[in-house]
Design a binder for this molecule. Structure first.
Ligand SMILES: [Zn+2]
Ligand SMILES: [Zn+2]
Length: 166
């Protein structure tokens, strides 16, 4: 490493999970630190751009400069931030879920939104695209606070029983 300039590490560092989607991370970060996304947007000069990332709106795709500005503030490297962005073409909606993965660790994985990803690559089961109990679509992952359907209250973890193998 050598004596590179000591990078300021904010006290509010929140470690991203493996493969966590940027939307889920932003929600978790804001709740953890009790800040709003718009306050973060202001502090970084990114304004409404963070709100677009939260909704998986990546056209135009986040630039190096934007990722640097955001990473600087929250103590993440550009590589860490890129790890939460899609690596292949994705579908914005519907939001998908593997209840088995969620039971192991409760967060939304970026790869669930990949266009080609109809099954969970870990468990081989079909990804859910709506609540198996009431049919409600899943909320944007930044709003996944309690991990349950916002309409009927079915827990994401118990949805694993409804997932089928092809
Ligand atoms: Zn899974
Ligand atoms: Zn439901």
């Amino acid at each position: 490493m050598g004596k590179s300039e000591a990078k300021f590490q904010p006290p509010w560092y929140v470690e991203p999970y493996e493969g966590e989607s940027i939307s889920h991370y932003l929600g978790r970060y804001c709740r953890h630190e009790s800040v709003s996304l718009s306050a973060l947007g202001k502090a970084t000069g990114l304004g409404a751009i963070l709100g677009r990332w939260e909704k998986f709106r990546f056209i135009p795709f986040p630039s190096e400069e934007e990722l640097e500005a955001f990473g600087e503030l929250i103590g993440l490297s550009v590589a860490q931030l890129k790890g939460m962005l899609p690596q292949e073409s994705m579908k914005l909606l519907p939001i998908r879920l593997c209840g088995l993965c969620y039971s192991q660790k409760p967060y939304h994985r970026m790869e669930w939104q990949y266009q080609s990803r109809l099954n969970c690559t870990v468990h081989g089961v079909k990804l859910l695209t709506k609540c198996p109990s009431c049919g409600e679509r899943f909320a944007i992952p930044s709003r996944w606070v309690e991990g349950k359907c916002l309409r009927c209250g079915m827990g994401f973890k118990s949805m694993r029983k409804e997932q089928k193998h092809d």
